[in-house]
Design a protein around this ligand. Structure first.
Ligand SMILES: NC(=O)c1ccc[n+]([C@@H]2O[C@H](COP(=O)([O-])OP(=O)(O)OC[C@H]3O[C@@H](n4cnc5c(N)ncnc54)[C@H](OP(=O)(O)O)[C@@H]3O)[C@@H](O)[C@H]2O)c1
Length: 297
């Protein structure tokens, strides 16, 4: 049986956060570059998310760049005490919108200061060190230099808690020898299951696992099995994909991204869905079939 209860919370950075959070990346312009088409709509999405109970927002100063953080500030500052804003450092944007790794200690320091300035805060709740790896999947290699740099910024009081993004199990272990790690943000969803062992490992340690691309990212998940299940239980495929994640493990915190009020409302409702065990078993099989087909497991 799943241990998931819609009303439950999980402790992140000392705060009990709702399992359903919000990812702000989709609020920037096309390709996560430049301003949104409709600034008022972006502000409305952020305000409604928080009004609906979201108290965990994921962002980065390299979304836009700067745009997403500036929107969050305009929509929500002064921030409610219970709101945890998680940001990330480790990249900058080229003039053409390209993503450029920026993982030297001075880059990370600059990234932290950019986030502080654009979010309008004196200290950041949580900063994820975003490792480049193979872009959307991790690659082995020491991250000691990066975690040490973040730990120094934490000692200076600019960063309250440290998280990791796009990392392997070995990198999580390495980072934990240097600093306390409160969350890991990697690519994971009902069809992308390579992190199954890491999800369980972090759950046992009480560390949050925050899947990026929970709906499949820029091209949302398309699966006939997912659509069939959704139809059977009277929900949308995206709601079922989110509900599956919520049932997967109690340490999973969701940050689905949307620029649309309609999608935000749809996604929020997913936290109320209860998936019977038989339905969960059908959904579990989607990932296994996909993983086997891709040779991923
Ligand atoms: N650490 C990292 O490297 C990393 C990488 C990527 C993302 N992230 C974070 O993770 C968050 C989530 O990832 P994501 O936003 O890229 O991907 P996602 O949440 O998997 O999917 C977002 C896409 O799904 C669409 N969508 C959202 N709700 C929908 C619904 N109910 N029905 C149909 N389509 C829907 C969105 O379009 P609409 O705007 O039209 O709704 C958008 O195209 C981001 O916002 C960001 O904060 C982190």
């Amino acid at each position: 049986m799943s241990t998931f209860t819609p009303a439950g919370t999980f402790k992140l950075a000392g705060h009990p956060v709702q399992h359903m959070g919000y990812g702000a990346m989709q609020l920037a312009g096309p390709g996560v570059f430049g301003p949104p088409k409709d600034r008022d709509a972006a502000i409305a999405v952020l305000r409604e998310a928080v009004a609906s109970g979201v108290n965990h927002i994921d962002t980065s100063d390299f979304y836009g760049p700067h745009i997403t953080n500036q929107l969050i500030r305009e929509a929500l500052h002064p921030y409610p005490d219970e709101l945890v804003i998680v940001t990330k450092v480790g990249a900058i944007r080229g003039d053409d919108g390209s993503w450029i790794a920026a993982l030297e200690p001075e880059d990370l320091k600059r990234g932290v200061h950019d986030n502080l300035r654009n979010l309008g805060v004196d200290a950041l709740d949580v900063v994820n060190v975003r490792i480049m790896g193979n872009i959307h999947s991790p690659a082995e290699g020491s991250i000691e230099k990066q975690v040490t740099a973040l730990a120094e910024l934490q000692r200076e009081g600019l960063v309250r808690h440290i998280g990791l993004s796009n990392v392997t199990r070995a990198q999580v272990a390495e980072a934990q020898r240097i600093a306390a790690i409160v969350c890991v943000q990697n690519h994971y969803n009902v069809v992308q299951r390579e992190d199954d062992p890491l999800v369980d490992e972090l759950a046992a340690k009480g560390i949050a696992y925050v899947p990026f691309f929970p709906l499949g990212g820029f091209t949302p998940i398309q699966s006939s099995a997912l659509s069939k299940v959704a139809q059977t239980i009277g929900a949308t495929p995206m709601q079922v994909a989110l509900a599956w994640l919520l049932h997967r493990s109690p340490n999973i915190l969701l940050i689905p991204g949307t620029s649309s009020l309609e999608h935000l409302r749809e996604n929020m409702q997913a936290a109320q869905l209860t998936l019977p065990d038989a339905v969960r078993a059908e959904l579990d099989a989607i990932g296994r079939v996909n993983g086997e087909a891709n040779g991923e497991h």
